[in-house]
Design a protein around this ligand. Structure first.
Ligand SMILES: N[C@H](CCC[C@H](N)C(=O)O)C(=O)O
Length: 278
């Protein structure tokens, strides 16, 4: 089984082409779980599969978290799979693909840089403040696409933060009863009118990742609509690098939401994991 290991802003993925491999879909979650284990296997935040499209798009992207759960979408994953499809001659520089949250339009701008038109925010609750164990959090809730990928956007003094307290908070908010699908928890600290620091505790990874693309985009939307950020382009600084988010909107209505950033092909290889019984 040939694979690519890629990362975008430190969010890392294993990618395979199931149009060649034809692995039955029901086997994919267990393969994801196995291969994404750090130290025991290749290790990654997520496992992505290029598959035959159901409609007119160029291909279908299936996204699995490292715990084997299927996510509706993944922004950094979408950027990486775009470059994967391009370098493997499956598509040209511009492409469309199906995801669990809807169709994605994407473009390999040049070299490692990819720009993805994300699914629109279908749910935006800007003032969704929450209280857990007596601690109040300024929080917004956003779902990208339909069915939507759930994101909480939470204010936090990240530069002063105690890592283990932050992780505890992330874990609690991720399972907060007010979020029926659970949520990816994006803690933010505004840097200036055009940039913010973001750290995401991810559903399905159940820990912080070095970056979350849809989380960074959801945060940019919430911060622009709340007036923390001005202009229509934001720089989001994450532990694994930088992402850029562009928001085209009519007042509070988001028309187009773009995620831009570099991708990195780490390795191209063949899976030989003896623990993997396919
Ligand atoms: N890291 C991803 C999000 C993965 C979504 C996943 N954690 C879930 O909620 O199923 C991103 O760049 O957008």
């Amino acid at each position: 089984m040939d694979f690519y290991k890629m990362q975008g802003a430190g969010n890392d993925f294993i990618i395979i082409n199931n149009m060649k491999l034809n692995i039955p879909v029901y086997k994919l979650p267990s393969i994801a779980k196995k291969l994404c284990q750090r130290k025991l296997s290749i290790g990654a935040d997520g496992f992505m599969v290029v598959d035959y499209p159901e409609g007119d798009a160029d291909f279908k992207m299936r996204f699995f978290n490292r715990d084997g759960s299927e996510g509706e979408m993944c922004g950094n994953g979408a950027r990486c799979i775009s470059r994967y499809a391009y370098v493997n001659n499956l598509v040209g520089k511009k492409m469309t693909f199906e995801t669990g949250a809807g169709i994605i339009h994407s473009e390999v701008i040049e070299g490692r840089l990819v720009k993805v038109l994300l699914n629109k925010p279908e749910v935006i609750k800007l003032d969704n403040d929450i209280e857990i164990d007596g601690i109040k959090y300024e929080c917004s809730y956003i779902e990208l696409g339909n069915p939507g990928l759930p994101h909480a956007v939470v204010k936090y003094d990240l530069q002063q933060a105690d890592e283990s307290k932050l992780r505890e908070a992330g874990k609690k908010i991720r399972y907060y009863e007010g979020f029926p699908k659970g949520a990816n928890v994006n803690f933010f600290e505004v840097m200036d009118k055009n940039s913010a620091l973001v750290k995401t505790y991810e559903r399905g990874v159940e820990d912080f990742t070095l970056a979350c693309g849809t989380g960074s985009a959801s945060t940019a939307v919430a911060l622009m609509l709340k007036g923390y950020l001005t202009g229509d382009r934001a720089k989001i600084v994450v532990d694994g690098g930088e992402l850029f988010v562009e928001v085209e909107r009519t007042n509070n209505n988001v028309d187009n939401l773009y995620l831009i950033g570099t991708t990195n092909i780490v390795a191209i290889g063949e899976v030989k994991d003896e623990d993997l019984i396919i």
